[in-house]
Design a protein around this ligand. Structure first.
Ligand code: C5P
Length: 250
């Protein structure tokens, strides 16, 4: 079974590009992230296709609006059967709490498993120089994580550089999903607060979101396998240690 701590970002415009990459990666990758670029152009069909291939999906649409609108939007997205949905923590405590309880209530009503709901803290492309908040970025990230947890969310998206502080503040069950991952020697692109896969896991990340280092590699499968080997060296996935993965279920 593929190591589901790796989530590959499908930042494409077309379903054909998605199908090519997913087929190329084959059984090495089981978890994919569908973001706004792909969803806005290819729509729900691409999520349905991924599900037909037995892949897990993080639907990264970063909802940010008033509580009632976000709750309604998430309940509509629930129809697609994604495993993880997300909102911006900057939407506030009431928005997050309303969203989480609407999702739980709706999944109970439908008799389906509730998707995990996580909050974006501070984007990994922002550095301290362009940050205009009153707190330092790392302090703000931890405050957002505590707020998300208090609102009943399952975890956060953060830079791998803040994973350790979040783990200390929010305990061991909290999901910490980290983009901004760059294997040693890889191009940084527009990311700022980055780490290697090894450092991210050692700092407490539960899932690594990786796009360009795999998607743009000359041999994407080889790039993915190299990253997976580095991850396994730091810590084998729980399934290989004889435990069930406690995090995101089917
Ligand atoms: O190509 P790269 O590995 O930089 O892709 C990272 C992915 O994670 C992108 O799809 C981006 O939208 C997403 N993301 C991020 N930082 C966040 C939240 C999501 O880079 N804080």
């Amino acid at each position: 079974m593929a190591d589901e701590r790796l989530i590959v970002a499908l930042d494409f415009h077309t379903a054909d590009e998605v199908k090519n990459l997913v087929k190329t990666l084959g059984d090495s990758v089981n978890f994919y992230k569908v973001g706004m670029e792909l969803f806005y152009s290819a729509g729900a069909g691409v999520v349905e296709w991924l599900k037909s291939q037995d892949k897990k999906i993080f639907l990264d649409l970063k909802l940010h609006d008033i509580p009632n609108t976000v709750a309604g939007g998430l309940c509509s997205l629930m129809n697609l059967g994604a495993n993880i949905l997300n909102v911006h923590a900057a939407g506030g405590f009431t928005m997050m709490k309303t969203a989480a309880s609407a999702l739980h209530k709706e999944s109970e009503l439908r008799g389906v498993e509730c998707p995990k709901l996580i909050a974006i803290t501070v984007l990994t492309s922002i550095n301290q120089a362009e940050w205009c908040g009153a707190l330092k970025i790392s302090e703000q990230v931890v405050e957002f994580a505590k707020l998300a947890q208090a609102a009943g969310l399952d975890g956060v998206v953060s830079s791998p550089q803040e994973a350790k502080l979040i783990r200390e503040a929010c305990g061991k069950e909290f999901l910490i999903v980290t983009p901004g991952i760059r294997p040693a020697g890889a191009a940084i692109n527009d990311q700022q607060r980055i780490s290697t896969p090894r450092a991210a896991l050692l700092n407490g990340a539960t899932h690594l979101v990786i796009g360009r280092p795999i998607r743009s590699a000359e041999n994407p499968r080889e790039a993915a396998l190299k990253i997976l080997a580095e991850m396994e060296e730091v810590a084998p996935p729980l399934s290989k240690r004889g435990h069930a993965e406690p995090t995101v279920s089917a």
